[in-house]
Design a binder for this molecule. Structure first.
Ligand SMILES: [Zn+2]
Length: 383
């Protein structure tokens, strides 16, 4: 099955390359604002709706006579005008009552952070080759396989990254008979219905602690001062570090869970509730949980696994053995005995077991692979 996969690598440009990347980004921002102002002015003053091709032709002729625009690859500049038109599409969508965005805004310095290539990008073990830019060293964290369809170079707080969108042929993993439910642990990252607890790595906690310290340090500094600017930069870098660390770890965990299990169920998280929550620690953990379930969802598709989200209602209160609903259970109780059947439950594991049960109830067919009967049926198509 052909799938689209994204690889993200940290680039290691030398000093002159860093400068050049900055120039490319600046040129793109300039083109973005110029295209936007063209479109806006022509419409406001003459009621002319200029098309993408006309703007691109105009830009090409400007770029020819301007060194600092001419040094940027023409397909990169074209992609910038695509962005302007996409922004307008979003605006018109909203005007028509569909989900969309407000009127496109001019990008100030620091607000425009990436540029993209639609073709011609190559990669080997040590370097990424960008058309017209040249080869840049990168940190090879995992091998990139497949055909590169798009490459985006982005400036982040801690340096430059490249995201490669590739099309790749992924083979389904061999079918196995394991299935699990997973629940967000209160102290850990997650707990499975088999009773396994997966904790976030210690260095993530350390990085988060440092993040809090830097946040306080920024708020203590005077607004507009040079010291504050320095502290803000440090803070942004630490944010990036925390995000990278979490991302790496979640990739490891989700890949392992998908390999080991044919079907995985988890509770669905309401995004609205997530954004409405003002407790910072809770919203960070929700955001982490959300990205984890997203990884499980797309990796399940890649490898031919089943992934299901179920409502979290009563999953903590119900006894996974007999179904008795323990309405007295408070959040503080970690271990409880079912008054009806006498089973002793670990709170999180019991919830994970209920989540798995719910998923099985929903889509019996998808979860059937685990019952021996269905496996026999699969092996002998004559049945
Ligand atoms: Zn019970």
């Amino acid at each position: 099955m052909i799938q689209v996969k994204t690889y993200r690598y940290k680039l290691a440009p030398n000093l002159s390359q860093q400068r050049a990347l900055g120039q490319w980004l600046g040129a793109c921002r300039y083109v973005y604002n110029l295209s936007l102002s063209y479109k806006k002015t022509l419409w406001e003053q003459y009621k002319i709706s200029i098309g993408k091709n006309d703007i691109q032709k105009e830009l090409a002729s400007i770029a020819k006579d301007t060194d600092w625009l001419g040094c940027v690859h023409s397909q990169v500049l074209q992609e910038v005008t695509d962005r302007v038109f996409n922004a307008f599409d979003g605006f018109f969508n909203r005007a028509a009552g569909r989900p969309g965005k407000g009127f496109p805004k001019f990008a100030r310095k620091g607000q425009y952070q990436s540029f993209s290539f639609k073709q011609g990008v190559k990669i080997n073990n040590t370097h990424v080759q960008l058309p017209k830019f040249g080869k840049i060293k990168y940190r090879n964290s995992r091998d990139c396989t497949g055909t590169i369809k798009r490459a985006t170079v982005r400036e982040c707080a801690d340096g430059w990254y490249v995201c490669l969108c590739v099309e790749t042929d992924i083979e389904s993993l061999p079918i196995n008979q394991n299935s699990i439910g997973i629940d967000v642990g209160i102290k850990s990252l997650l707990v499975t219905s088999d009773g396994e607890t997966i904790d976030n790595p210690k260095h993530l906690y350390k990085a988060e602690k440092k993040l809090k310290r830097l946040q306080r340090s920024v708020s203590r500094k005077k607004k507009g001062s040079a010291n504050r600017k320095k502290a803000v930069k440090k803070l942004a870098r630490q944010h990036q570090k925390v995000a990278n660390t979490r991302n790496d770890f979640q990739h490891k965990v989700t890949t392992r869970l998908i390999r080991e299990n044919q079907a995985i169920a988890c509770e669905s998280l309401q995004i609205q509730n997530m954004l409405a929550n003002h407790n910072l620690a809770k919203s960070i953990s929700d955001a982490g949980w959300y990205s984890l379930t997203q990884m499980l969802e797309y990796k399940a598709k890649w490898y031919g696994r089943t992934f299901e989200k179920v409502s979290a209602r009563h999953t903590s209160q119900d006894c996974s053995a007999c179904g008795y609903r323990n309405t007295e259970l408070t959040l503080a109780v970690r271990l409880w005995t079912c008054p009806s059947c006498g089973n002793i439950h670990d709170r999180d594991q019991n919830a994970a077991q209920n989540i798995k049960k719910k998923a099985v109830g929903h889509t019996v067919s998808a979860w059937e692979v685990y019952t021996p009967v269905a496996v026999v049926a699969q092996e002998s198509p004559g049945l």
